[in-house]
Design a protein around this ligand. Structure first.
Ligand code: PLP
Length: 480
C-alpha cells in the first residue's frame, strides 16, 4: 500500500488543480493572443536555415522542462519556421486557415474527450458529426440516403471513396488489371496513392486530355470509355476535380456525370479544395452537376478555414459506404443495437478518433453561414481581381480566367530563359518572405500560382502581393 500511495502522489501532476489550470490557461491564451496580434506584420514565410534544429537539444526527460519553457520552444522553433499558413499573404498551394472558434472547439473536444466513433458511446458527438455530414450532403445536392465520414483530411477521404467504389464493383484478383479509372493529369496525386493503398496498383489509369482551361474534355472521356469497352476492358470509375490544386479548374461535372451514368461507372468528385464554394452563388454555378455524383470529397480544413485535420467524404448510397467499412468484434457487443444514427466507426477505416466534428460545428453554430458565404464569394472575386492586376503589369503573362480562386501567371523577361527566371523569382520571394506563392508546371512551363483561400486574405494582401511580385521581377531583370 505504501508503494501505491507513493505512485499516486508521483502521478498527481497529471491532474492540475484549479489554480494550476488557471495559470496554464492564462499562459497559453496569452501566447495565442500575441501570436494572432502579430500576424498582420508577420512574414508569410520564415526563411530559417536551421529549420528549428534546436528542438533536438530539448529531449524528453524524467523531470520535464515546464510549460513556460516548452512554450518558448514552440515560439522559437515551430511557429516561427517554414510557411506561415495563418498569414493572409500566404498564397501558396491550397492555403489553410485556422478559425479561432474551431481551436476552441478542439479544446473542448479534448477536455471532455467524447468518444465520437460509436453512437452508443457518445450519441451527442455522433449526432453532431452525422448532422454535419447531412448538411454537407444537402449543400452538394445529395439525397437523404447519403452518408459520410469526417476524416483527417482529403487524402483519407479520397482513399475511403476509392475503397467504397472498389468493393461496390467487386474488384479483386484478375478483375483488377482489366478495370479502368479515368482522370486528368491535374487530378490530385493522392488519388493515385489511394489506388495503390487500396490494392489497385494494377488498375489501368486513363489520363483524359484537358481543354485550354485545364478542364477534363468530356468528349475525349466518352471516346476513351467506348474504346476500352470495345477492347474488352472494364471501365470502372471516373475521378473528376471540383477545383484542381494546380489551377483551380473545375471539370465539366454535369457532362462527366452523364457519361459515367450512361456507361455504368462510379463518378467520384474530388472537391477537397473547391466543394465548399457551393456556399456562394458564383461557386454554385461553377459546380453544377456535383449533385449527380456517387461520392464527393470536401475539405473543411481548406475552404471552411478550419485548422488542419478535417476532411469529409460523402457517399450517395449509404449502404455502399457501410458495406465497405462495417466491422465488429466481441468486445464491441455492448455498442450494437442503437442504430438511430450510423456510427462513424462503421463508415470509415477508423475506430477511436478525435471528435473532429466539434471544431466544425462550434464555428458554424456560433457564427452562422453568412460569414462563410461572404468569405468564399470574396475569394472568388479576389482571384479575378489579382488576375486583372497582374495581367496589367508589363512583363507578366497570365493563365486562364480562374474558375474558382487560383490564378496562374509568370514573368517573361526581355532576355534569357523564362523558366529559369521564374525559378529565381520565386526563390527571391521566399527569401523576402513578405508573401508566399508556390509554383507548378503547366504545358511543360514553370508557372507561378496564387491561391486566395485563407479567410484572412483580403484586397490589401493581394495589392501587396502584386507590388512585391512587380518590384522583385523588375529588380531581377535589371540585375540580369
Ligand atoms: C488538398 C487536396 C487533396 C488532399 O487533401 P489533404 O487534406 O491534403 O489530405 C486532394 N485533392 C485536392 C483537389 C486537394 O486540393
Amino acid at each position: 500500500m505504501h508503494n501505491l500511495a507513493d505512485l499516486e502522489r508521483a502521478a498527481l501532476p497529471l491532474e492540475p488543480d484549479a489554480g494550476e489550470r488557471a495559470r496554464l490557461t492564462k499562459l497559453i491564451f496569452a501566447y495565442a493572443d500575441r501570436y494572432l496580434e502579430s500576424l498582420p506584420e508577420a512574414p508569410a514565410y520564415f526563411d530559417r536555415p536551421d529549420r528549428g534544429r534546436a528542438l533536438l537539444d530539448a529531449p524528453i526527460t524524467e523531470e520535464g522542462i515546464g510549460a513556460e519553457a516548452a512554450l518558448g520552444l514552440i515560439r522559437d522553433h515551430v511557429d516561427g519556421v517554414g510557411i506561415n499558413t495563418t498569414s493572409g499573404r500566404f498564397l501558396g498551394y491550397i492555403p489553410g486557415g485556422g478559425l479561432f472558434h474551431a481551436a476552441l472547439g478542439d479544446f473542448l473536444a479534448a477536455v471532455a474527450n467524447r468518444y465520437a466513433s460509436v453512437f452508443f458511446a457518445s450519441p451527442g458527438a455522433v449526432r453532431i458529426e452525422n448532422l454535419l455530414i447531412r448538411w454537407m450532403a444537402s449543400l452538394a445536392g445529395y439525397p437523404e440516403t447519403a452518408a459520410g465520414y469526417l476524416s483527417a483530411g482529403g487524402s483519407l477521404a479520397n482513399l475511403t471513396a476509392v475503397i467504397t467504389a472498389r468493393d461496390d464493383a467487386g474488384l479483386e484478383g484478375d478483375a483488377i488489371p482489366r478495370a479502368v479509372v479515368y482522370l486528368t493529369e491535374h487530378a490530385h496525386h493522392c488519388v493515385d496513392k489511394a489506388l495503390r493503398l487500396a490494392g489497385l496498383r494494377r488498375v489501368v489509369r486513363r489520363r483524359i486530355p484537358v481543354d485550354e482551361r485545364y478542364r477534363m474534355d468530356a468528349a475525349a472521356l466518352e471516346a476513351a470509355i467506348r474504346e476500352d469497352e470495345r477492347a474488352g476492358r472494364a471501365p470502372w470509375m471516373v475521378v473528376s476535380s471540383a477545383g484542381t490544386t494546380n489551377t483551380g479548374s473545375v471539370d465539366p461535372l454535369a457532362d462527366v456525370g452523364q457519361i459515367a451514368a450512361a456507361h455504368g461507372l462510379w463518378h467520384h468528385v474530388d472537391g477537397a479544395y473547391g466543394g465548399f464554394f457551393a456556399l456562394c452563388p458564383e461557386g454554385a454555378a461553377v459546380l453544377r452537376g456535383m449533385d449527380a455524383s456517387d461520392s464527393l470529397v470536401m475539405d473543411p480544413h481548406k475552404t471552411l478555414f478550419l485548422p488542419y485535420g478535417t476532411g469529409a467524404l460523402i457517399v450517395r448510397d449509404r449502404e455502399k459506404l457501410y458495406a465497405a467499412h462495417a466491422a465488429g468484434a466481441d468486445y464491441m457487443q455492448d455498442t450494437l443495437g442503437a442504430v438511430e444514427e450510423l456510427s462513424p466507426a462503421n463508415l470509415s477505416p477508423e475506430l477511436t478518433k478525435h471528435f473532429r466534428g466539434l471544431r466544425l460545428w462550434l464555428p458554424l453554430q456560433a457564427l452562422g453561414l453568412a460569414p462563410f458565404r461572404a468569405a468564399l464569394s470574396e475569394k472568388m472575386r479576389l482571384a479575378r481581381y489579382f488576375h486583372e492586376r497582374i495581367r496589367a503589369v508589363n512583363g507578366f503573362e497570365v493563365g486562364p480566367e480562374p474558375d474558382l480562386s487560383v490564378v496562374t501567371y509568370r514573368y517573361v523577361p526581355k532576355r534569357g530563359d523564362v523558366d529559369a527566371f521564374n525559378e529565381k523569382l520565386v526563390e527571391a520571394l521566399h527569401k523576402d518572405g513578405r508573401i508566399f506563392i508556390s509554383t507548378t508546371r503547366l504545358d511543360g512551363r514553370f508557372t507561378l500560382r496564387m491561391a486566395a483561400v485563407c479567410f484572412r486574405t483580403h484586397r490589401a494582401d493581394l495589392d501587396a502581393a502584386v507590388d512585391v511580385l512587380t518590384d522583385t521581377a523588375k529588380r531581377l531583370e535589371a540585375e540580369a
